[in-house]
Design a protein around this ligand. Structure first.
Ligand code: ATP
Length: 212
């Protein structure tokens, strides 16, 4: 039996419906066994989040509780170094059988930044990449990514075959939600209800997170 695993890494500061709907819709569309959400410890590409990793992890755990298609994976928080996706993929691959399929989910903005990632050209040796459209993103793909798309993308994502090596765009219900916008609303004491699961909102309030 070939296992089909999706992974979605992020700061999840906090996790919101854009992440969750994307992960769930991909799990359903591709008949994945599960999508793992991996909060990152020290994101290599951005300033360290002000909210502790333990809180970000706990919020992801609250968000996926009771949803069997989604799981939290804390391996990046256990590493005492920047969260390089290549290390994560190598560690996941070491736990899987040779023919198991790995799908890395990336929002369009994250995808456009790919060439700045550590050993980015090796990522496709371990997984397929599924790019989620993001209605609030206005990034442009650099030429090197347009070349990669021309060489490796498939127009029908269902046609992705083998353990990895290809790219595809996937459709998800467009949700122009960002953690930045949610943090800003909370800092102004505005409601973010329905943008994050109620359990996450309860956690945020219980721990006094994101207050100005
Ligand atoms: P911030 O606003 O702090 O930058 P974010 O909302 O972009 O945060 P991240 O944790 O940085 O969230 O995102 C993790 C992954 O989820 C990235 O690949 C990102 O592109 C994707 N993502 C985030 N929000 C959405 C959304 N609304 N629709 C689709 N993909 C999303």
């Amino acid at each position: 039996m070939v296992r089909r695993i999706g992974i979605l890494g992020g700061t999840f500061n906090p996790i919101h419906i854009g992440h969750l709907r994307g992960a769930l819709e991909v799990a359903e569309q591709f008949g994945l066994d599960e999508v793992r959400l991996l909060p990152n410890a020290l994101p290599p590409h951005r300033e360290a989040p002000r909210v502790a990793a333990s809180h970000r992890l706990a919020m992801v755990a609250c968000a996926v509780a009771g949803e069997p298609a989604l799981r939290v994976d804390d391996r990046e928080l256990k590493r005492d170094k920047p969260s390089y996706s290549i290390d994560t993929l190598e560690s996941l691959r070491a736990e899987l059988a040779e023919h198991d399929q790995l799908f890395m989910l990336l929002g369009w903005d994250a995808f456009c930044g790919l060439p700045t990632w550590h050993r980015w050209e090796e990522l496709l040796e371990h997984c397929h990449i599924l790019v989620l459209q993001r209605p609030d993103a206005d990034s442009d793909a650099p030429q090197v990514l347009r070349d990669l798309l021309a060489a490796r993308s498939v127009s029908d994502p269902q046609a992705l075959s083998g353990p990895g090596g290809q790219l595809a765009f996937v459709w998800q219900m467009p949700l122009a939600v960002s953690a930045t916008q949610i943090r800003a609303s909370l800092a102004e004491a505005k409601s973010v209800r329905f943008l994050v699961p109620d359990a996450v909102l309860a956690y945020i309030h219980a721990h006094g997170l994101y207050r100005a």
